[in-house]
Design a protein around this ligand. Sequence first.
Ligand code: G4P
Length: 293
Amino acid sequence: PVVHWFPGHMAKATRMIKDYVKKVDVVIELLDARIPRSSANPVITEVVGQKPHIIVLNKVDLADAKATKAWTEFFTAQGITVLAIDSKTGKGKKQLVKAVERLSKPIIDKWTAKGIRSRSVRTIILGIPNVGKSTLINSLAGAAATRTADKPGHTRGQQWVKIGKNLELLDTPGVLWPKLEDQRAAARLAMTGAISDDVYDLEAVMKQLLMQLTEQARDVLMARYKLKEEHLVSTDTLLDAIGRKRGCLVSGGVVDLDKARRIILNDYRSAKLGLLTLDAVDEEPYYTDGEDK
Ligand code: G4P
């Protein structure tokens, strides 16, 4: 994939997010439940610093339930508070508010002990593009949200939205850059639609998706496209067979491969090939294609 992030931009983005994070007491990091490792920002720890931190696995409605459980256990084992939610329907958002309130309790206790008149606890949602930040903010804020007035020192337009007892959310999310240097992660970001369709190599991305589908969703794949065993011997035969079944033919009976690729990609994204989590907990966390940089 072609990467549009440069070191200068990343340094500036890091500074901006750090400024955002300074204003809050608890940080909510949104990950895509289908790719909890690939959708994490590479320098999130540096960005978040010492603030209490909650991981939210969003789009859980599109992920494999067993994998979501495994990822939840993985983060829990590291002492991180983790929740799975579906921001589109709002399923799980009450638990999220409760978790933030729970994590902020020690902060309020500290304020009380110091004799500081306690104010509302503040939180922010951080995440890579398209992970569902705006959807979650809208869901938490609700249509008739009580918005507190702009406070001095905050960028105009940014507002605090009351989302719980003594709890306010910044209505502007912090946008983090995705993990594009890891080619396996970059391809999965493309598969899930986190990277815009015109900046990556569709052929390479789809080769990887077809391999994962063959491995993880063989039966669904065969049923949906009415395939035979012999079509599964390679990603080329698979793509060709699906293209023929779907009538992606150009003159001379040749398959329009890109058309076939797009059909499969759309089917994956809309969960027509089942609920598939692409990142596995027990994979190598970093992937290199063997080339020296
Ligand atoms: P962002 O602010 O992080 O950039 O993401 P945004 O909220 O714009 O969401 C990106 C896409 O993901 C939207 O789809 C949104 O509806 C979808 N989405 C967000 N949360 C969830 C979720 O929990 N489950 C599912 N299934 N989808 C979710 P879109 O294609 O841009 O629009 P539309 O399909 O809603 O029309």
